[in-house]
Design a protein around this ligand. Sequence first.
Ligand SMILES: Cc1cc2nc3c(=O)[nH]c(=O)nc-3n(C[C@H](O)[C@H](O)[C@H](O)COP(=O)(O)OP(=O)(O)OC[C@H]3O[C@@H](n4cnc5c(N)ncnc54)[C@H](O)[C@@H]3O)c2cc1C
Length: 574
Amino acid sequence: MTADTRNTRLGPAERDRALTALARTEHQVLVVGGGVVGAGVALDAATRGLSVGLIEARDFGSGTSSRSSKLIHGGLRYLEQLNIGLVREALTERSLLLQRLAPHLVRPVSFLFPFTHHVWERAYIGAGVTAYDLLGMTMGQAKGLPGHRQLTRHAALRLAPALKRSAVTGALVYWDAQVDDARYVLTLLRTAAGYGANVVSRTQVTGFLREGERVTGVRAVDLETGRELEIRAQQVVNATGVWTDEIQQMVGGRGMINVRASKGIHLVVPRDRLQSNTGIILRTEKSVLFIIPWGRHWIVGTTDTDWTLDKAHPAASRADIDYVLAQVNRVLAVPLTREDVAGVYAGLRPLLAGESDSTSRLSREHVVAHPVPGLVMIAGGKYTTYRLMARDAVDAVAHGLDWRVPPSCTDEVPLAGADGYLPLWNARHRLARSSGLHVARIEHLLGRYGALATEVLDMIAAEPDLGRPLTGAEDYLRAEVSYAASHEGARHLDDVLARRTHISIETWDRGLSAAAEAAELLAKPLRWDDRQVANEIGHYLATIEAERASQEEATDQAADALLLDAPDIVPVIS
Ligand SMILES: Cc1cc2nc3c(=O)[nH]c(=O)nc-3n(C[C@H](O)[C@H](O)[C@H](O)COP(=O)(O)OP(=O)(O)OC[C@H]3O[C@@H](n4cnc5c(N)ncnc54)[C@H](O)[C@@H]3O)c2cc1C
């Protein structure tokens, strides 16, 4: 099965059409929340032949699903907790994503695990990683990744010269996978749109339509225009992550899921500040810390602390940043300082609340609940297992529909851009010659868009000026900014600088010098006048300023207060 690539476009005209369809026609399934779980539900339902709508209050993926460690993994930590079932499931998903569903977006990454004790640690960790490798074999089939190998101290230091000698007695290297989380959500949604889903961002659910106890749809507001909508659906699926409680309040507190938010922050550090040919994983007192290769950068994180403040903009405080630096500096020969940090981001884990007081020990598994007829709630889980969460939610939906719904088939559905990716990759030198772009640029495009990169190349062929690098963020082409608005549902400058690209965390000035040129490029597809262009730039600058100031504050409360002072370009209704 392949999505009709002509219909995977999510531009302004498609948004208008989708809103009209949602307001006019009762859909079988309406998904609330455009993070990875909601996007997965939309695709699962659409590929079972159901009519599907999805509404997201902010930008697609702007909640937790763009703020993760970006790993598709079983989690060695869960293995240590003997959560074998969870690890096996996640590793099966890992190989499916790597090999069949999204080879253009999910890629292998190796991690070096340094030992600090002599004999027992090598035996203990080695046994764990052997089990991890074996669990990754799906029913005897290749898992798409090399197995782990043990290293002497000398070999470990050769592979990761950044480590200080005293911090390593030996090591092992194992393989996992990584993903651009924000782009993956977007690609899921484009794929769902290709199968007929009506997908809309910046539209907030404010209440439910009811017939007696039954939920028959939602009340929503198109935040771009203020227009109020009534959207009817046979089944509503709530996939709002850490906002689950707010939605439960709307059904009169009739919730069954208790979600608690735990904050994790990451630092983005240029590649040359830390010499290593592999990612690194370190044990910390409470959990683990990753040093993850990310293009020309490293992502270093994360933390795990309770968060009860503003959910849309979790703030990284000075204390969070200093904690991560202190942890990573335990093993580095040349310590990292705050001056080495190019970007910082924070996200909230939607944890199912359990008995334990320590958030790092709460379950990452998911739950599906059916609190009232017509409403299915799904929460918890982790990015890696989104497809299984989506399958379970749509299975629950199927019980409420007067129609025999076929089983989930998303394990057979490659995402938009996956089909044809490999032949294009193999032809990248030819593409470079025909487009006039350097082969490194073609590789960059293929890694972000897969086979859909040809759409970006077509734009450049029609308007060669779009083939120039974006000033201030030269890793990206100007065409990628335009394409974000015309095909990828970006509606504002921040959508492009923070999620379609990652300029806001990958450049020293956090995208400030790229902002004006990017806004000018967006003006055409989004039909902005000069005032709107200025407004977008002003908002972006204010947000970055507030973020930077918040990262100097010692406490969560003080950091949060500063972020609240910089309102969103399209504020949600509180
Ligand atoms: C620091 C950190 C690191 C992580 N690392 C990993 C990792 O490496 N690997 C892994 O597998 N998992 C990881 N996770 C977990 C994973 O990121 C999350 O489990 C997953 O992204 C949650 O997705 P979601 O769709 O449930 O929530 P979200 O992405 O938050 O989506 C919910 C959406 O609902 C929308 N919404 C809320 N209210 C409304 C409303 N009224 N109307 C319309 N829309 C609404 C929100 O705007 C939001 O976009 C990590 C999480 C964190 C915080």
